[in-house]
Design a protein around this ligand. Structure first.
Ligand code: DHE
Length: 513
């Protein structure tokens, strides 16, 4: 091992164990308050953990006054609690001052550090090419158990767990499959990308692609993994075979401002990745195939917008993207874009504005055929309603009132119902079932009274719906998705989401992509 790689390995180790390190900042009251109240979720060094990094360069769009409000009152649709009951306004001011002050310790996280972090647990040549278990490979589910940072591979026919394994801390966003379903890639909020071999039931390789990561996307041809980061401000492209970084793309706009990446998505019909940017009013499209060249150059095409757009949903052909501005991410002033926008990805033109009240969660939107139209339905993170939009003229054709704000929505082309959770408020243990033909709620389930129920996914044939009970002593509940009767209950530790191989790899209209 060269001196340089020893140095890098030490760097990687020290960044990874920041939780136990001493902050290089001077020891102040502000720091003590931060360590007491914030460090557990945002990291001892403010570099992010379960919560985002709290550094001046990541807070540029958030005015201090508004940050104080978030600390006092919490933040909708996140795990951020309200501290007004436990902290005085002067303590809150001190915390604001602290998180906006530069920190001495922002580690470089470039090519060398990424390469040095790479861990190969199993070499491909040492592993077999046939599954070590017997099940319909297309009907497997990966269930992420956030409670104790594990994941379970579940047989979607027998509903028997096949294998349970440890993940990295705080996996966020859907794990993404290669098209054949053999490999699945996870991203953790602290930057780790893990590659899991579904045939051999083993985590084969890992790499730390960022310090504070949003999510990842896998190219349709399975050759590349794109990772969107809040810290550093970049997109990292990895070779999907080896997890070696092939390019780091700094997300810098025309004015020289760099941006956090809100999320990165695969556009399968376009052979490109699409990135949502937090701090630059642009959508980026990055092709992963360039004509006549073996290796892509990952050159971005920036589509200029009138405002910052977040939380993307795509039409089935991926010619249009719908995005919403998250009001709470702005400086609290009225933003130009209050509702969603529809952008034509070919021309770059904004073709429609969506009249969506509150905080629509477009990322969890789904489509279905309604009469002679295709409609888009989106839950709402701040209002108890589901908006149903005609995708021809972008008009809202129905607003379905629910028992409270919802996070996730799901259906399946072969099932007449769409499910939406009530994730927040006194009815967080309820789950609505909507008839896709009448746009009416036909049943409200209460799977585990008192415990949050959320996130539904269907089996590959749309016959069964799997619901999560979001609790450390939680469960996965399987419903017959036609009779709406419970079939089975499996104890699990806060199963945050579940992902069916067929539905995900076939871009099923009723599920997130
Ligand atoms: Fe998520 C997906 C953003 C908070 C659980 N979440 C996503 C995606 C984005 C996103 C952009 C799509 C990525 C993908 O699947 O590749 N989430 C955000 C936020 O901006 C927000 C509101 C604030 C934040 O803290 O980042 C947020 N998300 C949460 C939570 O608090 C949840 C409930 C618990 C957690 O894990 O932190 C949560 N998000 C999820 C889940 C998915 C997800 C389970 C995958 C949904 C799917 O079915 O595809």
């Amino acid at each position: 091992m060269s001196l340089r790689s020893v140095f890098l390995a030490v760097m990687v180790w020290s960044i990874t164990s920041l939780v136990s390190a001493t902050d290089a900042d001077t020891n102040t009251n502000e720091q003590a308050l931060y360590q007491q109240h914030c460090a557990e979720c945002h990291g001892k060094q403010r570099l992010g953990a379960m919560g985002p990094a709290l550094l001046p360069q990541n807070l540029s769009r958030l005015k201090k006054k508004f940050a104080a409000d978030v600390i006092a009152n919490g933040r909708v649709a996140t795990q951020m609690p309200a501290f007004s009951g436990s902290l005085s306004s002067s303590e809150i001011e001190q915390l604001v001052s602290y998180i906006y002050s530069p920190t001495a310790m922002i580690p470089d996280w470039g090519l060398d550090e990424i390469i040095a972090s790479r861990v190969i647990h199993h070499k491909t040549e040492d592993l077999g090419n046939v599954p070590v278990f017997s099940a319909d490979l297309q009907n497997l589910f990966m269930v992420v158990e956030l409670g104790d940072h594990h994941a379970t591979v579940l047989d979607g026919d027998t509903f028997e767990p096949i294998h349970r394994f440890k993940t990295r801390f705080a996996v966020h966003g859907g794990p993404k499959y290669t098209r054949d379903g053999r490999y699945v890639f996870f991203a953790s909020r602290d930057g780790w990308v893990s590659k899991f071999d579904m045939y051999n039931l083993k985590t084969v390789a890992e790499v730390r692609a960022g310090i504070n990561t949003r999510n990842l996307a896998v190219s349709f041809d399975g050759r590349y993994v794109a990772v969107g980061n809040y810290l550093p401000h970049n997109l990292v492209f990895l070779d999907a075979d080896t997890l070696m970084p092939v390019k780091i793309l700094v997300t810098e706009g025309d004015a020289g401002i760099t941006s956090r990446v809100s999320a990165v998505y695969t556009a399968p019909t376009r052979d490109s990745f699409i990135a949502a940017l937090k701090d630059i009013p642009e959508v980026w499209e990055i092709p992963y195939k360039n004509k006549g060249i073996e290796k892509p150059v990952f050159e971005p095409r920036g589509i200029k917008l009138d405002d910052y757009l977040d939380d993307f949903f795509f039409n089935q052909s991926y010619s249009q993207v719908m995005g919403a501005a998250r009001p709470l991410d702005s400086d609290g002033k009225k933003s130009k874009v209050r509702s969603g926008l529809v952008i034509d990805l070919d021309t770059g033109a904004t073709i429609a504005e969506l009249a969506l009240p509150g905080m629509p969660h477009l990322g969890s939107g789904i489509t279905w055929k309604y009469k002679d139209k295709t409609v888009l339905a989106s839950p709402n993170l701040s209002n108890g309603q589901v908006s149903v939009i005609d995708m021809d003229n972008w008009q809202t054709i129905a607003t379905i009132e629910t028992d409270g704000p919802g996070f996730f929505m799901r259906s399946h082309a072969q099932n007449p119902y769409a499910w939406v959770d009530v994730f927040f408020g006194p009815n967080k243990d309820k789950m609505h079932v909507i008839d896709k033909a009448s746009l009416k709620i036909v049943k409200t389930l209460q799977p585990a009274p008192g415990k949050t129920s959320g996130h539904v996914e269907f089996t590959k044939d749309g016959r069964y719906a799997l619901v999560s009970i979001w609790d450390l002593e939680g469960a996965l509940i399987i419903y017959d998705a036609h009779s709406l009767e419970e079939i089975k209950r499996l104890p699990m530790s806060k199963p945050s989401g579940k992902y069916n191989v067929y539905n995900k790899t076939h871009y099923e209209e009723g599920t997130s992509h």
